[in-house]
Ligand binder design. Structure first.
Ligand SMILES: O=C1O[C@H](COP(=O)(O)O)[C@@H](O)[C@H](O)[C@H]1O
Length: 232
């Protein structure tokens, strides 16, 4: 699947341009269907983009926001992706958006994943916008190399769901949307920053083994061609 590369000179320029692009897609969705859905990544990269997006003049009360993946930690934990979104995105104009968490205070990650699968179902499909990140190990969402459920998570035939993932490089157990739930988004973005991530992307583009670099599943066979946003 071909991708479209958008390279920027600075990270603030990327954040502003991506916020405008996502804003346009969400506004179009609201105009067409009355509601819009947005699934975002966590990690360190999206903060400036979230801040820029939070100020966009969208009918945010019609927008439902969720995560592409989450750590199995409570929302007040410093590694919680929910906390990141609450702090940097669900503010300003976006404060009225509805947030659908993946984390649920269940006894096990598997039980939380079952709750989350039920919680995201009413959002409908495909998502209007999905923003993916990428780790230096080639993971995206929580599709980690060596992940215990990686095969099922990347299987296009797996029903749209939230699954658990454990992997050496993942830290705590993870909750992740399946590839099937992400890959047909109306707008599918891979947002990466820094020279190291560019090198990782080039490596991913030069091979085919998805178990080595799960991001390859998105780059090679997502139903929607990804738009890649990069800045040094
Ligand atoms: O663990 C995660 O990492 C990736 C990449 O994060 P970054 O800190 O390198 O930007 C992120 O996309 C994912 O949502 C997150 O859970």
């Amino acid at each position: 699947m071909a991708h479209v590369m958008h390279a920027f000179e600075t990270r603030p320029a990327l954040a502003a341009a991506l916020a405008e692009r996502v804003s346009g897609a969400l506004q179009a969705a609201v105009a067409t269907r009355g509601t819009a859905t947005l699934a975002v990544s966590g990690g360190s990269t999206p903060k400036a983009f979230f801040e820029a997006l939070s100020a966009q003049p969208i009918a945010w009360d019609r927008v439902k926001v969720t995560l592409v993946d989450e750590r199995f930690v409570s929302p007040d934990h410093e590694r919680s992706n929910h906390k990141l979104v609450a702090t940097h995105l669900l503010k300003n104009a976006a404060a009225v958006a509805e947030f659908v968490p993946l984390y649920h205070p269940a006894e096990t990650a598997d039980a939380a994943a079952a709750f989350a699968t039920a919680a995201i179902a009413p959002l409908g499909h495909p998502f209007d916008v999905v923003i993916l990140g990428m780790g230096n190990d080639g993971h995206t969402a929580s599709f980690f190399p060596g992940g215990n459920h990686l095969g099922a998570a990347l299987d296009a035939g797996t029903a749209r769901c939230v699954m658990t993932m454990e992997a050496e490089g993942a830290g705590e157990p993870r909750l992740t949307l399946s590839f099937s739930a992400l890959a047909d988004a109306r707008l599918l973005v891979l947002h990466i920053e820094g020279a190291e991530k560019k090198t990782v992307l080039e490596k991913a583009l030069s091979g085919h083994d998805e178990t080595e670099m799960p991001i390859r599943a998105v780059l090679e066979r997502a139903a929607t061609a990804p738009d890649i946003y990069w800045a040094p």
